[in-house]
Design a protein around this ligand. Structure first.
Ligand SMILES: [Zn+2]
Length: 309
C-alpha cells in the first residue's frame, strides 16, 4: 500500500465568519454594500455554513473557528443574544471540524456574563469573540469579570483589532488597549485578530511582552494579493519579537476577502511561503517547514482544540 513519506500539511483556519441576511442588521448589510461598491465587487449578504464547508473542502482546510459578532447594543438585530448563540452553536453541531465562539459585547454586564457561561458550558462554544469597534475599549475594568470568567472556563478570547467596516469605530481597535488585560490576566489566552492591521508593530510589541498573547493573520490577503513584501517583513519582525512561529495563527476572515484572494490561494500562499532574498540578505533566516506548520495548524490545535501536537 502506498504511504506518503510526509504527512500532508494539516490546516486550521483560526478566523472565519458565517451568517445569513436574516441574522444580521440592516446596518451591517448596508456596510457590506458600501464596501462592495468601493471595491467594485458583489456585496456579501450571506455566508451560509455550506459555503464555508465547500470552500474548506476545495482548499484542503481541515478545521475552522467561527467568530460571531454581537452588535446588539449598537444596531437592531433580528435575533436576541441567546438566539444568536444558539443559531451558531446549532449550525456547527453536525460538523466536529467546526468550532464556534460566542460573540458578546461586554457592556451587557451580567446578562453577557451569564450568556458567556451558558455558551461555553451548554452550547460547547470554544471561546469569546469581542468586537471593540462597536464602541468600547477592552481594558476597561468594568469588563474584568469577563476576563476572569474566561480564565475560569479556560477558554481564549479573540479580540478584533484594527480595520473595520463603515459604521464601526476604529479607535477602539488599537492593540495598546489590550496590553493591561494581558498583564492582569496572565493565564488568559488572547488573540489579536488581523495582527492589528494597520497597527502591526503595536500588536507585535504587545504580543512580544505578553506570552499569553497571539496574533492571527486573517485579512493579510490584502497584502498577499498586491504587496507581498509587507507579509515577509511582518514575519521577519514577528520573529524578532518572538511571536513567529509559536504565537501566530493562520486565518482567512472567510468570506470577507474571497474576492481579494480566494481561500485556496491564500492557504497555498502561506503554506509555500518563502522569505525573498532581499530580506534574507538583511540577516533574517528563511522560514522552515516546521515553523509554517506551527502557524498553519499546530498553534491553533493547541489553543482552540486542546491538542498537543
Ligand atoms: Zn473577522
Amino acid at each position: 500500500m502506498y504511504e506518503p513519506s510526509v504527512d500532508p500539511l494539516r490546516v486550521i483556519d483560526a478566523h472565519v465568519h458565517t451568517w445569513t441576511r436574516d441574522i444580521i442588521s440592516e446596518k451591517d448589510l448596508e456596510a457590506r454594500r458600501i464596501a462592495a461598491e468601493r471595491d467594485g465587487t458583489e456585496p456579501q449578504l450571506d455566508s451560509p455554513i455550506e459555503a464555508l464547508e465547500a470552500a474548506m473542502s476545495d482548499a484542503g482546510i481541515e478545521r475552522a473557528v467561527i467568530l460571531p459578532i454581537d452588535s446588539g447594543l449598537n444596531q437592531d438585530m433580528p435575533l436576541s443574544l441567546k438566539e444568536k448563540t444558539d443559531w451558531h452553536a446549532d449550525e456547527v453541531m453536525g460538523n466536529p471540524d467546526l468550532l464556534t465562539f460566542v460573540g458578546i459585547d461586554p457592556r451587557r454586564g451580567n446578562e453577557g456574563l451569564d450568556e458567556l457561561e451558558r455558551a461555553v458550558k451548554e452550547k460547547k462554544c470554544g471561546g469569546w469573540k469581542m468586537y471593540p469597534p462597536n464602541g468600547f475599549y477592552p481594558d476597561s475594568e468594568e469588563f474584568y469579570p469577563y476576563y476572569e470568567l474566561c480564565t475560569e472556563l479556560n477558554v481564549p478570547v479573540v479580540i478584533h483589532q484594527g480595520f473595520t467596516s463603515r459604521f464601526k469605530h476604529i479607535k477602539y481597535g488599537r492593540p495598546v488597549y489590550v496590553d493591561s488585560v494581558a498583564v492582569d490576566f496572565p493565564e488568559l489566552k488572547i488573540v489579536l485578530a488581523h495582527a492589528g492591521i494597520p497597527w502591526v508593530d503595536e500588536a507585535l510589541t504587545i504580543a512580544s511582552k505578553n506570552p499569553n498573547v497571539f496574533v492571527d493573520v486573517s485579512g493579510w490577503q490584502i497584502f498577499a494579493a498586491r504587496s507581498t513584501d509587507r507579509i515577509y517583513s511582518m514575519i521577519a519582525d514577528a520573529r524578532i519579537f518572538r511571536v513567529f512561529p509559536n504565537r501566530m495563527l493562520w486565518g482567512s476572515d472567510f468570506p470577507l476577502f474571497e474576492q481579494t484572494m480566494p481561500l485556496k490561494r491564500w492557504k497555498d500562499f502561506f503554506t509555500k511561503l518563502r522569505i525573498p532574498d532581499a530580506i534574507l540578505e538583511k540577516g533574517h533566516p528563511q522560514v522552515s517547514q516546521d515553523e509554517i506548520e506551527s502557524v498553519m495548524w499546530k498553534n491553533a490545535a493547541r489553543l482552540f482544540f486542546g491538542e498537543k501536537p
